[in-house]
Design a protein around this ligand. Structure first.
Ligand SMILES: *[C@@H]1O[C@H](CO)[C@@H](O)[C@H](O)[C@H]1NC(C)=O
Length: 250
């Protein structure tokens, strides 16, 4: 019995404060809550490169997406692709241009960030696809440099209860993405010639292709951001990052 009680107590105390001290904590009623969050993020930036496993924050250098399934039909586009082991380098150089939070009886937020440059590598498998008149089917490895990236994300989160604690989870998120310039290279193991033509076309007019792909890029960005944010929020109880007025800020 005693052993069980000690064990239970330790489970409780382990959960008492799971977030490390350097994790930002802001007062719900702070009139400058955005500044508090931004300062907190800035303080964490060096740790974001390698990630913070204790609170489930994945590494940003590189930022890894194990699998992405894309399936989309749009004007000038028929795309069915599996992307595996995508790695993006440069994500930790994000600059937050704007942050707006609305915590009055809800959890709504708007974030605008820019990335000077993102270097991406990924394995792809594309079948039954076409972009404009280009045959883009094949299988191989893609490398790409994307510069001048702007992301605007708007989302709403909801509190959920788990094991007696409240956590926030993003419910809906939409994103707008703009990419100024891109340059790609491909090693295709199945159809190297078709791939070479597609790559020359892309590199000659990246903005034409990026415009066609934009709805897909925005949807994918929203899904990746949602998964990332929910992973982080799912391991930090709300009351540890948003303190009430009667509790002293950590
Ligand atoms: C991307 O940029 C790096 C560094 O400037 C360069 O080495 C690489 O060849 C570029 N890759 C592509 C696909 O343009």
């Amino acid at each position: 019995m005693k052993v069980i009680l000690v064990f239970l107590f330790c489970v409780v105390c382990a959960y008492a404060r799971v977030t490390p001290d350097y994790f930002p904590s802001c007062k719900r009623s702070d009139p400058q809550i955005e500044k508090c969050v931004l300062d907190g993020l800035e303080a964490m930036r060096p740790r974001l490169r390698e990630g913070i496993p204790d609170v489930n924050i994945p590494a940003l250098e590189p930022f890894t997406v194990p699998t992405l399934k894309l399936d989309r039909t749009a004007p000038n586009l028929r795309l069915k692709a599996t992307v595996k082991n995508a790695k993006a380098y440069g994500g930790s150089d994000f600059k937050i241009e704007k942050l707006k939070l609305n915590l009055n009886n809800k959890y709504a937020g708007e974030l605008k960030l820019t990335l000077p440059r993102l270097m991406v590598v990924a394995n792809y498998d594309v079948k039954g696809s076409r972009l404009l008149v280009l045959d883009i089917n094949g299988k191989g490895r893609l490398r790409g440099n994307f510069t001048g990236i702007t992301v605007l994300a708007k989302g709403i989160a909801k509190p959920i209860s788990r094991d007696g604690a409240e956590y926030l989870q993003v419910d809906k998120i939409v994103s707008k993405v703009r990419i100024n310039h891109a340059h790609i290279a491909i090693d295709d193991s199945e159809r190297p010639q078709a791939a070479a033509s597609a790559v020359s076309f892309f590199n000659a007019s990246p903005n034409v292709v990026l415009d066609i792909l934009n709805p897909l890029i925005e949807e994918t960005a929203a899904a990746v951001i949602k998964a990332f944010v929910n992973k982080v929020l799912g391991s930090i109880p709300i009351n540890e990052v948003l303190t009430d007025d009667d509790t002293p800020a950590a």
